[in-house]
Write a protein that binds this ligand. Structure first.
Ligand code: AVJ
Length: 327
């Protein structure tokens, strides 16, 4: 067997120009904003791992509880729709949650193929190398690329029923209207009878939510500041990290949890020859982590053309994996 070392991932030609464009666009706007999708460089991935291990960040543990304690229910709900099927995961990461479901489905003899979709080629090659070993008998086809392009590709290579998983409350990283649009687009990439298993963080005690995004150890602050470090490194900017603080708000009325970086002084930051002026106390809006009620999840699903079939909660009912069936 010839072992080929994994080539360092090549960024598409237009990556930096798109990144630069988005950064300059966001920092020239009033109010200033950056896109949280850019948090996840190598260091950002590590910091997010650290966040998931923070005592205050309850989301990961609760969805993990669902995938380990209610694996049978998840598997049966999925199989009810018929076989064979493709189990497609959007933003699979290292599949630490879904692996429990995959193992159960293989054990049951379910006729299915696992198709993780991720923008990172590294993630996909890791999954292809490790999952078939940790879950013997698993059939896997990795798809590297944008969610909707890869969903279209999945339809091109297979006409089996689709079960799409979108876990971790990643839907929360979009404002409500964008989340609705996203669900509409998902539905358009599916056929009647296909399923969507969506993990959503629910509204709860506002203090609990705020603490999850403002941890005492300062990991979330470092996670936000890391985007400035990334802009410095990749776009040759000169952000002084000591001149920015982190602030997080949660509005219990609309469910929006938002992260900001606050300029501690009047300052000018240079990005590729462009000067960006900051007033003292001016903020950059960094991220939204939207929280929903279970009724709001169902309404969004129904408007997009899904029927809510099952709600699978953790024991505290703080998080839901909602099983939605395309009508
Ligand atoms: C990965 C989008 C689910 O919003 O809870 C964690 C990212 N940001 N702490 C979230 C995040 C700050 C996370 N998601």
């Amino acid at each position: 067997m010839i072992l080929t070392p994994t080539a360092p991932e090549k960024q598409p030609e237009n990556h930096y120009s798109q990144f630069l464009h988005d950064v300059l666009d966001g920092l020239s706007a009033t109010p200033k904003h950056l896109q949280s999708k850019y948090f996840y460089d190598e260091q950002g991935d590590k910091l997010f791992q650290d966040i998931m291990n923070c005592p205050e960040y309850y989301l990961t543990g609760l969805e993990m509880e669902i995938f380990t304690q209610q694996t049978d229910l998840l598997a049966h709900t999925i199989r009810k729709g018929g076989e064979p099927f493709d189990l497609i995961e959007l933003g699979a990461g290292d599949a630490t949650k879904s692996i429990h479901l995959l193992r159960k489905l293989v054990e049951m003899g379910a006729h299915f193929e696992y198709m993780p979709i991720d923008i990172s080629g590294h993630v996909i090659s890791e999954l292809e190398a490790t999952l078939p070993i940790s879950v013997p008998g698993l059939k896997l086809t990795g798809l590297k690329g944008e969610y909707f392009e890869m969903l279209a590709k999945a339809s091109a290579i297979s006409d089996r029923r689709k079960v799409v998983m979108f876990l971790g409350s990643n839907i929360g990283n979009m404002p409500v209207e964008d989340a609705q649009e996203f669900c509409n687009s998902l539905r358009q990439h599916l056929s009647a009878g296909d399923m969507l298993l969506m993990g959503v963080d629910l509204k709860k005690n506002p203090n609990t939510i705020r603490a999850a995004y403002d941890d005492k150890g300062g990991i979330t602050k470092a996670f936000n500041l890391n985007l400035l470090t990334r802009i410095n490194r990749e776009l040759g900017a000169d952000f002084d990290l000591s001149q920015f603080d982190h602030f997080c708000s949660y509005d219990p009325e609309n469910g929006a949890c938002k992260s900001y970086l606050i300029s501690l002084s009047e300052q000018v930051v240079k990005i590729q020859g462009k000067s960006i002026r900051f007033e003292k106390d001016e903020y950059i809006w960094m991220e939204i982590s939207q929280k929903y009620t279970i009724d709001q999840v169902d309404e969004m699903a129904q408007r997009a053309g899904f029927t809510p079939a099952d709600h699978i909660f953790d024991s505290k009912h703080w998080f839901v994996d909602a099983m939605l069936v395309a009508v």
